[in-house]
Design a protein around this ligand. Structure first.
Ligand code: HEC
Length: 115
């Protein structure tokens, strides 16, 4: 039994054995800036987007959004694109320009980078 465990651990070590790719930074390791962004996300985005798993709610999941090269639409995954999406909306996503201040937006982007 111990042998089997050891073998599993070794194989996992090599293969990276995470459920599916890189995981978001743990919540308890967020900086103050990122933590504020987490709060903004809970207020303004979480009803439509999953941040820490890959389920589709109203919009596409945002887990790993900056770890991929492209956004779900095919646009480059850059701060500029994401900011434009947030400020102007997209398709069924309402614009958030009137509800988010500059600081909220910068906190939010910092949080999205941890996903
Ligand atoms: C009312 C639901 C709703 C809310 C609230 C919402 N979104 Fe979305 N979001 C969507 C939908 C639907 C899409 C898919 C739009 C499309 O491509 O047609 C989307 C797409 C996106 C995309 C991908 C854009 C692309 O180019 O593929 C990003 C990034 C995003 N949302 C971020 C956010 C963030 C950050 C917030 C919080 C400030 C937020 N959204 C709030 C519904 C929402």
């Amino acid at each position: 039994m111990r042998r089997l465990c050891l073998l599993l651990m070794m194989t996992c070590g090599l293969a990276g054995c995470k459920p599916s790719g890189p995981q978001p930074k743990p919540l308890n390791q967020l900086t103050a800036h990122e933590k504020s962004g987490y709060n903004v996300f809970q207020q303004h985005c979480v009803i439509c987007h999953a941040d820490r798993n890959d389920s589709n709610i109203v919009g596409p999941p945002l887990m790993g959004v900056y770890k991929k090269q492209y956004l779900p639409s095919g646009a480059a995954a850059t701060d500029e694109r994401v900011t434009a999406t947030i400020l102007h909306g997209r398709g069924m996503m309402p614009a958030q320009a009137n509800v988010l201040g500059d600081e909220d937006l910068s906190d939010l982007l910092a949080y999205l980078h941890t996903l």
